[in-house]
Design a protein around this ligand. Structure first.
Ligand code: NAD
Length: 476
């Protein structure tokens, strides 16, 4: 057992930052400037609900404005507090830098359990919170652009966008004030699935590198790998779905709010998700072994562990017992600094949050660009691309005809080749490229420097280097 005391979430992020920055040659003043959170706004507002006024507390933190707008999700959860929001804002700074999304880091949160309110009440609360933030430019297309996070989804983003538009009737770029909106309210294809899709692309990239797999004691492809997922919400559900349906992974465990399920034959994610929506939990699901203390299943034997729910779930109390060879942090901050130290000593490979869940902000970046350019990606090129491919196919078919039809194009190939890229294909391609490039940047440092022994430190080195470069260029 480690002797260090369990720090808070923000202290954990700072400790990890400090570990990395100690390996860099930054002037102490600049180091401090990057680490600290620039500002946190706390708001308390009242909403009349069920005949009486209820008061809510919300936060919006801006960690770093080396690039603007700043960006980061809005979380609705009962435990939201300033420490958590500031930690998440800091992670956003490093995440955006790592994946070259041109934003500073921010995050927001509202202390509320969304399950306690009906849809109409939630709309009133969300609009009022958005009003409070927008009137201080803490929601603004060129200043601060929120997105969904735990407890919020496209629905809340549509309310926020509409609220901002009502307050700024002449702003032609109003839709770019928030991302993660539904398609019919200025959203982009592929945003809902983006974070889970990014987790899949991250794992695919990891598995392309023999040396990296060897460090985790893994080999082969993703096919048949045994995976445990904590949290079957937006991120966890999409990651589990794509990994099982497209890469052949076996989801042998799922941990949810009310308990965990373990099934060596693999759980059917679509079916389980439908069960959870209907029964508000995994209890009673007809297959798998259920336990009430679901977190115990984090310690079960598996190849890949995907914590995709809360922060701090792997910590001093259980890190020693974690058996997974590879952990990919789909959630933000699921491993505390103390837990991280224990796992590093054990040789567990951790793909860090700032990289692993960057798919969300990456596609949010595409959505923001789409909103500012006022045109759907692919709208100009798609048919022209198809027409050019058709020319090649016509030519080949004429050739085949002239040779007495001694060969022909495979119809499946022809169909695939002819199809021009629409918005969804372009978004996935941009996301895949982002995840591959950022991984390669991290692994270059991981393998290239003797004093760097883990991917998290490598990720911090890459991102802090970029943030420092921006501050230097600005003359700070
Ligand atoms: P979500 O609200 O859609 O899902 C969270 C899931 O976790 C729910 O299914 C919930 O029931 C489950 N859960 C809650 N408490 C739990 C517990 N004690 N044990 C097990 N499961 C529990 O949230 P999300 O958007 O999927 O976010 C999950 C994590 O991913 C958060 O850390 C968030 O910051 C991070 N993240 C989300 C996005 C995004 O685009 N949504 C992007 C980057 C990072």
């Amino acid at each position: 057992m480690s002797t260090i005391k369990e720090p808070s979430f923000r202290e954990s992020v700072d400790l990890m930052f400090n570990r990395a920055v100690a390996l860099m040659d930054l002037p102490p003043g600049l180091e401090e400037k990057i680490r600290v959170c620039n500002a946190t706004y706390t708001v308390r507002f009242g909403v009349r609900l069920r005949g009486q006024i209820q008061t809510f507390t919300g936060y919006r933190s801006v960690h770093s404005e080396h690039m603007e707008p700043v960006k980061g999700g809005i979380r609705f959860a009962p435990g939201v507090n300033q420490d958590e929001v500031e930690a998440l804002a800091a992670l956003m700074t490093y995440k955006c830098a790592l994946v070259d999304a041109p934003f500073g880091g921010s995050k927001g949160g509202l202390c509320i359990d969304p399950r306690d309110y009906d849809e109409h009440e939630l709309e009133l609360i969300t609009r009022r919170f958005a009003y409070e933030l927008a009137k201080r430019d803490l929601i603004h297309p060129s200043q601060n652009v929120p997105a969904p996070d735990m407890g919020t989804s496209e629905r809340e983003m549509a309310w926020i966008a509409d609220q901002y538009a009502r307050m700024n009737t002449t702003d032609i770029n109003a839709k770019a004030c928030v991302t993660g909106k539904p398609l019919n309210a200025g959203g982009i294809a592929g945003r809902v699935e983006a974070t889970g899709r990014g987790v899949q692309y991250a794992l695919q990239e990891f598995f392309r590198h023999e040396e990296d797999k060897a460090k985790a004691g893994l080999s082969g492809t993703l096919d048949g790998k045994r995976v445990i997922v904590q949290g079957l919400g937006n991120v966890g559900y999409h990651a589990a779905k794509f990994l099982s349906e497209e890469d052949g992974c076996k989801i042998v465990g799922v941990i949810e709010r009310d308990g965990g399920l373990l099934d060596e034959n693999g759980l059917d994610i679509e079916d389980l998700r439908a069960w959870i929506s209907k029964h508000d939990g995994v209890d009673g699901y007809p297959s798998g072994r259920y336990i009430k203390d679901g977190a115990k299943y984090l310690e079960e034997d598996c190849d890949i562990l995907i914590p995709a729910a809360l922060e701090g779930v792997i910590n001093l109390s259980n890190a020693e017992r974690i058996q997974a060879k590879l952990i990919i942090e789909a959630a933000n901050g699921p491993i505390t600094a103390g837990g991280d130290e224990i796992l590093r000593k054990k040789g567990t490979v951790i793909i860090p949050d700032m990289y692993a869940n960057a798919g969300g902000v990456t596609v949010s970046y595409f959505e923001w660009v789409k909103n500012l350019s006022h045109i759907r990606f692919g709208r100009m090129q798609r048919r022209q691309e198809e027409a050019r491919h058709q020319l090649v196919v016509d030519q080949l078919e004429a050739l085949s005809e002239s040779m007495g039809k001694s060969w022909s194009l495979d119809p499946a190939f022809k169909e695939k080749y002819l199809k021009g890229a629409g918005e969804l294909e372009l978004v996935r391609s941009g996301l895949d490229d982002t995840m591959r490039t950022a991984y390669q940047d991290m692994r270059e440092v991981w393998h290239g420097r003797e004093d760097v022994t883990d991917l998290r430190t490598a990720a911090y080195l890459v991102s802090i280097g970029k943030v420092a470069g921006s501050y230097r260029a600005k003359g700070l």
